[in-house]
Design a protein around this ligand. Structure first.
Ligand SMILES: Cc1cc2nc3c(=O)[nH]c(=O)nc-3n(C[C@H](O)[C@H](O)[C@H](O)COP(=O)(O)OP(=O)(O)OC[C@H]3O[C@@H](n4cnc5c(N)ncnc54)[C@H](O)[C@@H]3O)c2cc1C
Length: 305
């Protein structure tokens, strides 16, 4: 049943007509729990509150189905607007983006042009940019673009997914760049040919990756809501004497907010991934797919308490 629900929400997430309709009807249906708003001004207010509560942030301007050069350029413009807002308002926030939204599927020239525009502004304003990782078919290309950019920019990092068989090797290959990486379990529907089908194997691989990246002396963001992984990391950093400024935890906006607060209270750095933008629908459906229990929050949003 759970798998059925998951597939259903992933199907809805990829539906272009529904995405259009959602844009028209605004942030309803409980999405506001997971999305900061439709505009950068709304996102700034959310970040301000999170910063006041002791959280760092990374913001993400949501965008799905970028099919044309014009759309990719507009997405890059939104990123630049967000960087200006972070710096003008003195916010403790980084930026996250997806290479497909910068034009990766359209042309190499376009994606590099947009990434350099974003990274130049980010560098000037002292903002760090993380390239989110998408589906496995785009993994190698994302890493190739990342390593090219890393030769020119210090303020860029990316993401490695524990569900892929290749990921420990990727950490070895990337180590030469001393990269600041976000480590995650992985959010896409992947075939067994490339990804561990069982959760237990994903979790074991995740632990190995955390240990490897920390022991290599690299900055590590552990982006998970999983208490077992968080406990593992806490024990590991104690055992290995890893300083607190070499790692951080990350969680998504609206997911386990009480746990997020506890981790800050315990003295760890916690960064919240805050998505915003009118194109919120696909992101929202993927969060529901991850945990159909969240549907309860949505129903409350529609029908009241
Ligand atoms: C900051 C951040 C950035 C990310 N960036 C990427 C990326 O670039 N590429 C990518 O592929 N994936 C990314 N992800 C998603 C990630 O890969 C996982 O899909 C997602 O985090 C769920 O896995 P988990 O580690 O929380 O563990 P899970 O095993 O899925 O969950 C562990 C526990 O956390 C709680 N939980 C998990 N999800 C939810 C939820 N939606 N609602 C309520 N409770 C929940 C539940 O209690 C669950 O039992 C990111 C995640 C975070 C937190």
């Amino acid at each position: 049943m759970e798998q059925l629900m998951r597939n259903f929400f992933l199907f809805l997430a990829n539906n272009k007509k529904l995405t259009k309709a959602a844009k028209r009807y605004g942030l309803r249906f409980g999405a506001r729990r997971f999305v900061a708003g439709e505009t950068i001004a709304e996102a700034v207010e959310v970040i301000r509150k999170l910063n006041a509560e002791g959280f760092s942030v990374t913001i993400d301007h949501l965008g799905e189905f970028v099919d044309t050069e014009k759309e990719a350029n507009e997405m890059a413009d939104h990123c630049i607007e967000a960087i200006h807002a972070i710096s003008d308002h003195g916010l403790d926030s980084q930026l996250s983006l997806k290479l497909t939204s910068m034009g990766m599927d359209i042309s190499d020239d376009l994606v590099f042009r947009n990434m350099r525009r974003v990274l130049d502004t980010a560098k000037e304003r002292g903002v760090f940019v993380t390239i989110d990782m998408e589906d496995s078919g785009r993994c190698q290309k994302t890493l190739d673009i990342f390593t090219e950019l890393k030769k020119e920019y210090d303020n860029v990092g990316t993401v490695i997914q524990a569900y892929l068989y290749r990921s420990l090797d990727d950490l070895d290959a990337l180590n030469a760049y001393s990269p600041n990486l976000r480590l995650v379990k992985g959010a896409y529907k992947e075939p067994e040919t490339v990804a561990f089908p069982n959760k237990r194997d994903v979790d074991e691989n995740y632990k190995k990756m955390i240990k490897k990246h920390l022991m290599n002396g690299n900055y590590t963001a552990i982006a998970t809501h999983d208490d077992a992984i968080i406990e593992y990391t806490k024990n590991l950093v104690k055992e290995l004497n890893i300083p607190k400024d070499q790692f951080e935890f990350q969680m998504l906006y609206g997911i386990r907010p009480e746990r997020q607060k506890e981790i800050v209270k315990e003295g760890y750095k916690m960064r919240i991934y805050v998505p915003y933008g009118s194109d919120w629908y696909g992101y929202f459906m993927r969060r529901l797919a991850e945990r159909p229990a969240n549907v309860a929050f949505v129903l409350k949003g529609i029908f009241g308490k």
